[in-house]
Design a protein around this ligand. Structure first.
Ligand code: HEC
Ligand code: HEC
Length: 227
């Protein structure tokens, strides 16, 4: 991996892809999600309501539990994935989850099941489901190859921590990676790299293009053991 050209090409992609001025790249909050202010405010307001109003929280829990019955088959009872190549949703950042569910719904992100399932979701349901999972306790998958962890740690701290945070829990709006299944991380990195239409994001494509197959396995093994 070449550090300088990497930084340079990433910065270039930022400018081309978004029209943001170079100076703004120092603040990763600009790039976390594509959500509008109104949606971000609704998420904040719902979280506040849940933390202050036990009666409304009970009603929210019942409604959202019913809405997520089907999701358990793959994402597990409490958001810890029970299928391979499937993400944990527990403790994932709510803003990121809202963004992704909307992307599935608008087919900007494609997965056979997720794109189909999300067609029936309203904006309000998406926000509630996202918050429901974001409030579940953190989980760790601890999969991948233990021997590759030191190599993975180095790659992660140099090339991922700026946006996904040093502990892998993600800056505001960014994906939490800590504890994900290693095979899921590798699948996602390849999807960004190959620009197959399953996932689209210029920053992640720039990052993934710099990683060899072994680098991907290593960084995924490290991430998977974080909690
Ligand atoms: C048949 C299995 C299956 C079912 C059922 C399912 N999912 Fe998924 N889900 C997946 C897979 C596989 C992915 C990863 C897709 C990809 O590779 O892009 C995913 C991805 C997601 C993501 C993106 C998470 C991330 O880290 O980017 C969210 C959010 C999500 N699912 C929510 C749900 C919800 C809510 C339900 C129930 C309404 C549900 N899923 C039902 C298999 C499933
Ligand atoms: C410049 C910021 C930035 C850097 C650096 C970065 N990422 Fe990301 N990453 C993002 C953004 C933004 C997304 C959400 C993309 C989307 O909307 O699909 C993302 C999404 C992801 C996802 C999908 C998470 C999920 O739950 O599906 C994985 C995995 C990931 N990044 C891994 C990495 C790894 C590994 C590195 C370092 C080698 C890295 N990222 C470096 C910004 C970054």
């Amino acid at each position: 991996m070449h550090f300088l050209p990497f930084r340079f090409s990433l910065a270039l992609l930022f400018c081309l892809g978004t029209g943001y001025a170079v100076g703004e790249h120092a603040d990763p909050q600009y790039f976390g999600t594509t959500l509008d202010d109104k949606t971000l405010e609704t998420i904040e307001a719902t979280l506040f309501m849940l933390s202050t109003n036990p009666k409304k929280r009970a009603a929210f829990n019942t409604t959202t539990r019913n809405r997520t019955v089907l999701c358990k088959t793959c994402h597990g009872e409490d958001g810890k994935a029970v299928k391979p190549m499937t993400p944990n949703l527990a403790a994932q950042n709510a803003d990121y989850l809202v963004d992704q569910l909307r992307k599935f719904r608008s087919r900007q992100r494609y997965d056979f099941w997720m794109t189909s399932l999300s067609q029936g979701f309203s904006d309000e349901e998406i926000i509630n489901i996202a918050i429901w999972y974001s409030l579940k306790p953190e989980v760790s998958s601890a999969t991948g190859d233990r021997n590759l962890i030191p190599k993975g740690q180095k790659i992660f701290q140099e090339h991922c921590s700026k946006c996904h945070r040093k502990d892998g829990k993600g800056n505001k709006g960014y994906a939490r990676l800590a504890g994900q299944q290693a095979d899921y991380i590798v699948k996602v990195l390849k999807a960004f790299r190959d620009r197959s239409g399953h996932r689209t994001n210029p920053w992640m494509t720039a990052v993934a293009l710099r990683l060899s197959e072994k680098d991907m396995q290593a960084v995924a093994s490290y991430i998977s053991h974080l909690k």
